[in-house]
Design a binder for this molecule. Structure first.
Ligand SMILES: [Zn+2]
Length: 438
């Protein structure tokens, strides 16, 4: 994939690299209207040794001149489902609807998700993410019994195998109703804690939602776990589980991290409801992740011959204005919830720019695919460029936002620990034998 010739020694200077203000904390420089400035990045022993204003006259003949190409830190993808990834060929979503996705995924999981099937599909996904320049990834794992006993050991084995290349985290994914079975849920919380995972659920408006959330918060506190929810992935304005989660967090004075994904219905609710919810979310210190590609695909899908009228995404601008940490992420890839996708966070950012208007001005939106999700995942030093952090970054061909976001940038150069990686995207044909039948 590499387009830039870099020494493999791990020690060099990148001259005339274009970096962004939002991802280079502490850098004293004159940034242009798009937030960019030209710098020299000194790399030694696999780490960034220093970032300084680009020197007007070059004395170091060994420096690699990037001629103004953009350099971003490696991506952090904080919401994925690599256990579901790539099952589309054997289990498509025939009508593209949300219920269609749930039914197809349930049927496929019950029939096909052995350890080998999971391990091969998950590894395929990780190789794609790695080749695109992602260095940290959080996945949800379908954890209703008996799948929990199969998927968690597979995840732990993969995390071991990918150690040093991909920082991996897993979240237990169950419907919130699953919390009603206290004994089983306590067992799951213990399993998650043993795997150093994150406790999660999909929330929707069941009559005992407050009580079930209380149980989740109590379990998270007892086991020292962070929380990660799927909330309100619907256009139904009565879906207010984001607000319920915020109220529960405040009720329990929860001190761990909480990440909430989707929150689609918020964009359909009356303003006074929205403002009340956002105040509580900000007060509770909750971070939100939007999944723009999946939302665009599933929300407002119609079967009456009419055209979708809304984009499906939540209110990221209003959230960010209130200081709520906001991210965007991949979500599903080539499964019944989203027929496409390749865990390429540049694609996610490009799509988010268009769907959510991350432009004019760009401001600090680039943090949504790097620095902010890194904080939500407690990864100090990831998602930023700064002296002292590992030299994990991506060199693009683009020299401006319009160049960067107009082409796929398939020839980007991914550098990990100061060395260009050799990784190639895996061939779909590798999975053909897993796709037979269905
Ligand atoms: Zn999801």
């Amino acid at each position: 994939m590499a387009a830039v010739d870099l020494p493999t020694s791990g020690t060099f200077t990148l001259a005339n690299a274009r970096v962004h203000a939002s991802l280079t904390p502490g850098l004293e420089a004159q940034f242009d209207g798009d937030g960019f400035t030209l710098v020299d990045i000194e790399v030694a022993d696999g780490r960034i040794k220093g970032i300084t204003a680009a020197a007007p006259v070059r004395v170091d003949a060994t420096a690699v001149d990037l001629k103004g190409c953009i350099v971003l830190p490696c991506f952090v993808d904080c919401h994925t489902h690599i256990d579901k990834g790539h099952i589309w060929p054997r289990k498509p979503n025939l009508d593209g609807s949300f219920p269609g996705a749930l039914n197809a995924a349930d049927a496929d999981r019950t029939a096909r998700w052995t350890a080998e099937d999971l391990s091969r599909r998950m590894d395929f996904s990780l190789r794609s993410a790695y080749a695109h320049g992602t260095s940290a990834l959080r996945t949800h794992l379908d954890s209703a019994a008996p799948q929990d006993a199969i998927s968690w050991p597979v995840f732990e084995e993969l995390r071991e195998r990918w150690n040093g290349r991909m920082e991996l985290q897993a979240v237990s994914l169950i419907g919130i109703d699953g919390v009603r079975d206290s004994d089983w849920f306590e067992q799951l919380a213990r399993r998650v804690a043993a795997a150093r995972g994150v406790l999660g659920a999909v929330t929707y408006m069941v009559s005992d939602l407050d009580e079930l959330l209380d149980r989740m918060f109590r379990a998270a506190i007892a086991h020292g776990l962070d929380l990660d929810f799927h909330a309100d992935e619907t256009d139904n304005i009565d879906a207010v589980s984001l607000r319920k989660i915020a109220e529960a967090a405040l009720r329990h004075r929860f001190e761990g991290k909480i990440l909430v994904g989707h929150c689609c219905s918020l964009a359909r609710q009356p303003d006074h409801h929205v403002l009340d919810t956002l105040d509580k979310v900000a007060q509770a210190g909750i971070a939100v992740v939007s999944l723009p590609m999946c939302n665009l695909y599933l929300q407002d899908r119609r079967h009456d011959g009419t055209t979708p009228r809304w984009r499906g995404v939540t209110l990221l601008h209003e959230m960010k204005a209130r200081g709520i940490p906001v991210s965007v992420a991949s979500d599903n890839t080539r499964d019944p919830f989203y027929a496409y996708g390749d865990l390429d966070m540049l694609e996610v950012y490009r799509m988010a720019t268009r769907i959510l208007h991350f432009d004019h001005p760009v401001g600090d939106w680039p943090k949504t695919v790097a620095a902010t999700p890194a904080q939500a995942m407690r990864l100090d030093g990831a998602g930023i460029l700064r002296a002292g952090v590992p030299a994990d970054f991506i060199i693009f061909k683009g020299r401006s936002w319009t160049e960067l976001l107009s082409r796929p940038e398939s020839d980007r150069t991914v550098v990990r620990d100061g060395k260009p990686i050799e990784a190639e995207l895996p061939d779909y044909a590798e999975l053909d034998d897993l796709m037979v039948g269905g």
